[in-house]
Ligand binder design. Structure first.
Ligand SMILES: C[S@@+](CC[C@H](N)C(=O)[O-])C[C@H]1O[C@@H](n2cnc3c(N)ncnc32)[C@H](O)[C@@H]1O
Length: 235
């Protein structure tokens, strides 16, 4: 089932202009709103129990995916190298944000129970190093959840142009197989699909949830892929 995302604190966007504001405001458009609801729900499902956990959202952007993880006593920290993205994320993350890249996280080993990175592996130069670093800061028995876009989905094919511009201009998209390969050295890995609508259309609110149910029969058509890695204990 797709549920509407909980209302999020709204950064005062009048204070900024530019790429971070453009990126953030996309989630307020009809398709962005639907995508955020479906993708956030997929991330939360993959995350499992979050309350009381120490959570890292690496490459948190403006905090759109971090905020729904603030459940109960969970401590959710966001990191991102982009100053403007972080400034907006601070409004959504009471526990705090830090400026950092996912390949070199400023935390000791085993600092988190859950680490999340949504549409970040696409923009880093070395995805394997990024996943290894997420695994380093994730404690034994912890979980790593990675969200990634699928350009071969109906939505991806319909948005080929958009996926070559803006934040995606240097992106490299990863197939489900490539995601599984990235996860394998660090634990039990599985890839799930979500977001089966090809884009906004009249009736999306009513039909979207049905598409999410039907889409589970063909997960590789999901525009959003979720890699779950249940981390091996240290050997
Ligand atoms: C497509 S946005 C995703 C943001 C957020 N996770 C979301 O889904 O809304 C990619 C983000 O990755 C950040 N980023 C770029 N290079 C990074 C790196 N090496 N380590 C961590 N984050 C990075 C960008 O600043 C941007 O905020």
């Amino acid at each position: 089932m797709t549920t509407a995302p909980a209302p999020q604190p709204r950064p005062p966007t009048a204070e900024w202009t530019g790429a971070a504001v453009d990126y953030d405001s996309w989630f307020d458009k009809r398709w962005g709103h639907h995508a955020l609801a479906v993708e956030s729900a997929a991330v939360l499902r993959a995350a499992g129990a979050v309350a009381d956990r120490r959570v890292l959202d690496a490459g948190c952007g403006t905090g759109r995916f971090s905020a729904p993880l603030v459940i109960g006593d969970a401590t959710v920290v966001g990191v991102d190298p982009d100053h403007d993205m972080l400034a907006m994320a601070r409004y959504r993350l009471p526990a705090g944000c830090a400026r950092a890249v996912v390949e070199h996280l400023p935390f000791p080993a085993d600092s988190f129970d859950l680490t999340v990175a949504v549409t970040v592996l696409e923009v880093v130069t070395d995805p394997a190093l990024a996943v290894a670093e997420l695994a380093r800061v994730t404690g034994d028995g912890g979980r790593i959840v990675i969200g990634a876009l699928n350009p071969h989905s109906p939505w991806g094919l319909a948005n080929r142009r958009r996926l070559r511009a803006g934040v995606w201009c240097h992106a490299r998209f990863l197939s489900p197989g490539a995601l599984r390969t990235l996860g394998a050295p660090h634990g039990e890995s599985a890839v799930h699909g979500a977001l089966y609508a090809p884009g906004a259309f009249p009736g999306l609110t009513a039909v979207g949830p049905l598409l999410e149910c039907a889409g589970r029969l063909a997960p590789r058509w999901g525009a959003f892929q979720v890699l779950i890695i249940d981390k091996h204990p240290h050997r």
